[in-house]
Design a protein around this ligand. Sequence first.
Ligand code: NAD
Length: 445
Amino acid sequence: MAREGETVFSRLRISRHATHFRADEPEKRTSDRPFGCPRGVFLPSFPRNPSFLPVSEPLFSPSCAPTWKSNFLAISLQSYEGFRVQHNMARGPMKGGLRYHPAMDEDHASALANLMTWKTAVIDVPFGGAKGGINCDPKKMTEADLHQVTVSFVEQMKEVIGPTIDIPAPDVNTNAKVMGWIMHEYSKYNGFSPAVVTGKPLDLFGSEGRDAATGRGVMDVLGEALAEQAKTFDGTTVAIQGFGNVGRNAARLIAEQGAKIVAVADHTGGVASDAGLDLSALATWVSEHDGVKGFAGGEAFNSADIITWKADVLVPAALEAAIHKDNAADVKARIIVEGANAPTTPEADAILNERGVLIVPDILANAGGVTVSYFEWVQNIQQFKWDEEKVNAELDKKMSRAYRSVREVANTHQIDLRTAAFVLAIRRVGKAALARVHLRDQPVL
Ligand code: NAD
């Protein structure tokens, strides 16, 4: 029995399901929505047999492929529940963050693990998809509690994670410090293993450039989107929702290219300036006051209005479902770059596409973080360190290449960028899965 204040993993429940689908067995499909997908999260779902997927492949049904799930793992704790959902490893070890949040549950982990499979495939890093976390609230816990929960979690997970199996990373409410604890605990059982997690502190074999990587990727794909419309950053106005890791770094890097950040909003409020916000002063203010509210370098506005702000570009970099059916028709931006995961609901996506707004989808736009996580893993395995210049140059190259590949699929099949990104990803995962087995066998995906 746990003493008060003690967090102990008292029960362990592990279940693994390998689900096989065949094109000729469509009835095996459980539902139109992928397994465990919370409402409002955009996961691939296509009409039957669209022409842009390789339907001739007997083992690769477009209607079934997105619903693959495998190696589902749940760990129950006495005080909290921990989850790790391992979605797919056809292209490599599974990769995905650990989220510590009271609302964390199997459905969230499943949906986000699913997205990770497609994200790693779109950006073309040799990983699959996973996600996990604990339904705890770090804001109400001491650091010692947090450490104990993390240590216990690793103890339970140590058999199912590893540098060639499943490599966790930070997500909401976890950070480099937590990753350092995980590396240390895992290494106790397996020897020195820095490659078991990414997003570690620089002093513990983290990578240069990881902190700003997602924001940098957002800047890269925005540059591509502007270029194909014969525009440049110069004179472009940008509104950003969220001023955390993604929003703050994206704002800084986009402004460095010559664009004007005219509005920023976070959970405390919004602040705007037609002349462009002083981002360094705003960053200092936010670090001292835990939000943009009260910043004197611009006019205050209601946080929710950021979505419909008058700007050329909107970067949602905070929440899921920030753009929904009730505000999509009023979005003024002509380009949306999804820094957050799943910021646009399927209904809003349809409205925006109808209106001709270009949406650079999350699985492409925010893939900069997982890309530099891949670089970190590579450096750890090689026991070699890259400087920040090399990390940034390699990241820029990967983001631009991915954008152009997605654009090519979109142009070829006359589909939007989100559908094209899923098509590209599903093709890559499907081909890898098929190449692993003889056709008489069903692939274990
Ligand atoms: P963060 O915690 O550093 O920042 C979150 C920001 O969102 C904060 O500024 C917060 O004030 C703001 N926010 C919270 N509630 C809000 C509300 N109701 N209205 C407006 N703003 C609100 O998180 P982050 O790491 O920047 O992640 C942001 C999003 O990007 C998440 O969806 C995350 O999953 C996604 N993402 C992050 C990374 C990464 O490398 N950090 C990579 C890929 C995707």
